[in-house]
Ligand binder design. Structure first.
Ligand SMILES: NC(=O)c1ccc[n+]([C@@H]2O[C@H](COP(=O)([O-])OP(=O)(O)OC[C@H]3O[C@@H](n4cnc5c(N)ncnc54)[C@H](O)[C@@H]3O)[C@@H](O)[C@H]2O)c1
Ligand SMILES: [Zn+2]
Ligand SMILES: [Zn+2]
Length: 376
């Protein structure tokens, strides 16, 4: 290819500062360094974690940055030392690495990895180094991926090779939201057949959690959201009951307790709100209830009464649905191609990259599940 070994100039949506619209700019993308892969991104979803960085977390040293971490594309070129990938491979960049060698990767108990940005840079949510410049300035790579760019450079420990027949405008969702919610139910909560579950928050992450509960054989899945418009989709993914906390004067945990004779077996918080996290824990039944934090926030402490845990509840968290990323994503792509998981139903809007601010507004106002941006 004519671009191999050269700096590429391409379009990207740059977040110059917090709380401001993204700006479509021409950026320079460096050649891949040792163990790195340069990817032509074809499609990307917009996830709430992009909005979290821009409007909620707003870290002082976290800008300028190219957001986006739910993408899919084609390998353009590879750097020295790359053996697993070739130009033309179909890939999904991973915000969570899997080096395969560190003590976390070697343990079957976790999907954490010591090598990626998640090891030490939660504060700025990007890797230390970047291959992007714009107007002479270094631009950060959000979550190590930066999929709101036509090209990006990622270390090979944070890339999954997937079935080349997979439609990139669909399977990009497996780069974050769908694996996150589905895996939180199946891998982290370990939802059991015949159980009763509650999912708080019905964005793509929560709907994928509903799908995970359904796949695991839950008999009752209570979908909870303050936006009742989300209930129609929740039914598509297998929810059986629908509760809007705003329709009740008593605390939501008491509403769920009455509906379920003491509380649900499993609850999943897919909002990113510490108050809802507490509600989700308190909605679990004593003795064996398991509650999983999936929503992303690192701004406030979360409170609970110790007796909730003393009485036998378990409180856990889940990053990327507990999937070891490089292994899990190709398996989920296969599950989609085999019609064992849904993806198409999450997609409510398709737009070009240039409309990224419209996509952000839709999510901010609860008017979409997932918007897919096209970068071709
Ligand atoms: N743990 C991870 O690895 C991981 C990965 C991806 C996303 N996330 C996080 O998951 C969360 C959901 O992401 P998303 O893209 O689905 O977001 P989204 O904005 O599409 O969905 C959030 C939903 O929560 C609902 N909600 C808001 N306040 C509520 C309340 N008080 N009670 C009940 N529902 C409420 C909203 O109406 C909306 O439907 C975010 O916090 C995101 O950052 C975590
Ligand atoms: Zn995400
Ligand atoms: Zn590792």
């Amino acid at each position: 290819m004519a671009t191999v070994g050269k700096v590429i100039k391409c379009k990207a949506a740059v977040a110059w500062e917090a709380n401001k619209p993204l700006v479509i700019e021409e950026i320079e993308v460096d050649v891949p360094h040792t163990n790195e892969i340069r990817i032509k991104i074809m499609a990307t979803g917009v996830c709430h974690t992009d909005l979290y960085h821009l409007f909620e977390g707003k870290p002082k040293d976290g800008f300028p940055v190219v957001l986006g971490h739910e993408g899919a594309g084609i390998v353009e070129s590879v750097g020295p030392g790359v053996t697993e990938f070739l130009p033309g491979d179909t890939v999904i960049p991973l915000f969570l690495s899997q080096c395969g060698e560190c003590r976390f990767c070697q343990s079957p108990k976790t999907n954490q990895c010591e090598k990626g940005w998640t090891n030490s840079r939660y504060d700025v949510m990007s890797c230390e180094d970047t291959r992007f410049t714009c107007k002479g300035q270094k631009v950060l790579q959000f979550m190590g991926t930066s999929t709101f760019s036509q090209y990006t450079v990622v270390n090979q420990i944070a890339v999954a090779k997937v079935d080349p027949s997979a439609p990139l405008h669909k399977v990009c969702l497996l780069g974050c939201g769908v694996c996150t919610g589905f895996g939180a139910a199946v891998n982290t909560a370990k939802v059991e057949p015949g159980s009763t579950c509650a999912v708080f928050g019905l964005g793509a992450v929560g709907l994928a959690a509903v799908m995970g509960c359904h796949t695991a054989g839950a008999k009752r899945i209570i979908a909870v959201d303050v936006n009742s418009e989300k209930f129609v989709k929740a039914k598509v993914f297998g929810a059986t009951d629908f509760v809007n906390p705003n329709d009740h004067s008593e605390p939501i945990s008491q509403v769920l307790s009455k509906m379920t004779n003491g509380g649900v077996d499993f609850s999943l918080e897919c909002v990113g709100n510490v108050g809802v996290m507490r509600n989700a824990l308190e909605s679990c039944i004593k003795g064996w209830g398991v509650s999983v934090l999936v929503g992303w926030t690192d701004m406030h402490d979360v409170a609970m009464r110790p007796i909730q845990l003393i009485a036998g509840r378990t409180w856990k968290g889940s990053l990327f649905g507990g999937f070891k990323s490089k292994d899990g994503v190709p398996q989920m792509v296969k599950a989609y191609l085999d019609k064992k998981v849904k993806l198409d139903e999450f997609i409510t809007h398709n737009m070009p990259l240039e409309s990224v601010n419209d996509a952000i507004d839709l999510m901010k106002h609860g008017k979409c599940i997932r918007t897919i941006l096209s970068l071709e």
